[in-house]
Design a protein around this ligand. Structure first.
Ligand SMILES: Nc1nc2c(c(=O)[nH]1)N[C@H]1C(S)=C(S)[C@@H](COP(=O)(O)O)O[C@H]1N2
Ligand SMILES: [Mo]
Length: 258
């Protein structure tokens, strides 16, 4: 299997980065350290409006790779990522994974059970009909990949906060981790897990989530970069032990905010 190597868009010596580091040195800023970078943060940081793919690419190139602390400075857990009209949906929506599209996993819907473990009261495994029976929401948001592209898509599913509450998750725990059918894995901080736009996604553009976009489900976070949005989820766990991630363990920034 051909594996892609991480690609960073770092432009070092960036004045914005220096400014951010200086600000972090101020003691009051440390409160923000357990947070992450949002789309709003990205545009604030780069002065780019993120109104088009070109400006997002420009912003990404300027931001490149921040260390976690610098990103943390920018996080506001109540800030919402921009949403877009249906007319702006990118068609066809791009596919991406650490392998090529012919190697996409096909998961059997009937035998599928979502495993839930760790710091949760209810550890029962979920069928797809059970997840579909929960109240669903929709979002049209921009997905940004560090490889230098972005695209607008429409995703539907269960607000992840509702799911975490439903399973009796310890909402004071530090991390939520995800294991995927293609051996991909990633993890997020609890404030991001509870963000109103973080979604356990079951559909794409009004259709059952197609295999290439992560059937049976993915986690959609418009406040995070593409690689933080796991597809083909088979297990979710709540933990205080840092779980890392596929790209994160190879040097991508863990917060990976967008
Ligand atoms: N399971 C799994 N999830 C994954 C990946 C992957 O290789 N495997 N790639 C990530 C990256 S880098 C991106 S940009 C998005 C791509 O999602 P898309 O195919 O819906 O565009 O999935 C993310 N989630
Ligand atoms: Mo990505």
């Amino acid at each position: 299997m051909q594996i892609k190597t991480p690609k960073f868009l770092l432009s070092s010596g960036d004045a914005i980065l220096k400014e951010a580091v200086q600000r972090l040195a101020q003691p009051g800023r440390r409160d923000f350290l357990r947070r992450s970078l949002t789309l709003g943060g990205l545009s604030m940081l780069t002065g780019c409006s993120l109104s088009s793919n070109d400006s997002v690419d420009a912003a990404l190139t300027r931001v490149s790779r921040f260390n976690d602390d610098v990103q943390a400075w920018l996080f506001d857990p109540n800030r919402l990522a921009p949403t877009y009209p249906e007319s702006m949906i990118t068609r066809p929506f791009p596919f991406n994974a650490y392998y090529t599209q012919d190697q996409v996993r096909h998961v059997d819907a009937d035998s599928f059970r979502l495993e839930v473990s760790g710091r949760v009261a209810d550890k029962h495994s979920w069928t797809l009909p059970e997840l579909r029976a929960m109240p669903q929401v929709d979002q049209i948001t921009r997905h940004i990949c560090v490889e230098g592209w972005s695209a607008i898509g429409r995703w539907g599913g269960v607000p992840f906060a509702s799911f975490l509450r439903r399973v009796g998750a310890d909402l004071t725990a530090k991390y939520v981790g995800f294991m995927c059918f293609d051996d991909y894995y990633t993890s997020i901080d609890m404030p991001t897990a509870l963000h109103p736009q973080t979604q356990l996604t079951l559909s794409y553009d009004g259709q059952i989530l197609p295999p290439k976009y992560g059937f049976p489900m993915k986690l959609r976070m418009p406040t995070k970069l593409g690689y933080k949005n796991p597809k083909y989820i088979k297990a979710i766990f709540v933990t205080n032990t840092y779980p890392g991630g596929y790209w994160e363990d190879q040097g991508y920034n863990w917060f990976g905010g967008s």
